[in-house]
Design a protein around this ligand. Sequence first.
Ligand code: SF4
Length: 376
Amino acid sequence: MNTDLSMAASLDALSPQYDPWDPIRSLSAYGRHKLTSVEMSVTNLCNMRCEHCAVGDSLVFREPAKIPLELMLRRLDEVEHLETISITGGEPSYSEQTVREYIVPILQYARSRGIRSQLNSNVTLDYGRYALIAPYLDVMHISFNYTSADDFHQVGFAKSGHDIPRAAAVRMYERMMENARRLSEEGVLVSAESMINFRTHRKMKEIHRLIAEMGCVRHEVHPMYPSAFARDLPVISKAEMMAAVHDLLDARENSIWMLFGTLPFFRCSEDETERALIARLAAEPNVTVRNDPDGRNRLNVNMFTGEVFVTDFSEVPAFGNIHSERLDDVFGRWLSHPLFRSVDCHCAAAACCGPNLLVKDMYYRDVDFNSRQAIL
Ligand code: SF4
């Protein structure tokens, strides 16, 4: 039997009861935040130019050499409590060389150490790319914010700067759906992420239905916050966000794991409707609310410069570099940073460990979360 597959079989299945990306698990286990997750940005190339792309400003057409694989693997090996890795881009599979020389060896390392892995991809390229990766991968994470191929055409190329023929976009859309189905059949957990934003907030039910049709095991849902690339997009109100979540819960396919993240609602809110929503999410079967990993149990490494980022919140530039530091040491320094302290609350009874920095900045600038308490 293939040892990679036998190792996969011996690990606990990812499920609503077991989500090692959620920082609440390590916080409960160790009594303080620990670095258990490392994300690696392996490319700034992408075949799409999405309207909402979190890294849109950095997308390029050519890129320099990456840091040596051996350095990255050594830094991963030093992380004492490592449980998960994520690989992101751009489109990580854009270059087959990157797939063969970085992605596959990193995933093989993870599998050999019993670490769970995720790749963030648009899965619109030839299936052969993904077939190289699938045997070693736990979670294929895709973005899905569409109700049709025309939606995909409009949203997925909004920032391309020139017209993309509709027929080409339709082919990519169909390939994405077909690849997602094939990966699910291969046993990879395909998790589709949708953002609640001005375009999608009234269409979440329809988006969810297509995600179910693609065979995805999980539907991940986050509100969209105005990152640099999306700063000019309209913002929806918290009430509209709340309505979209309720609509989705009313209409969802119960067999699909719904994972919500970076919500701006907390059990310590004075607003009863916000507390009621969080209570509903906690009571629904097969629904989880993941605490934000960024800067709580996860660091991000830029694979071109070795720079380490703790969060995509713009006020925190690179916080270290793997050329000169161990990742556990960078993380340890971050835990005493005033910005981290400003969101470092924990209410065990609510399974909550505080807001995302962007959420705090947008909605709770003057709120001292350390003096708040869940109202149960
Ligand atoms: S952990 Fe923080 S954000 Fe969550 S309920 Fe408690 S005080 Fe509020």
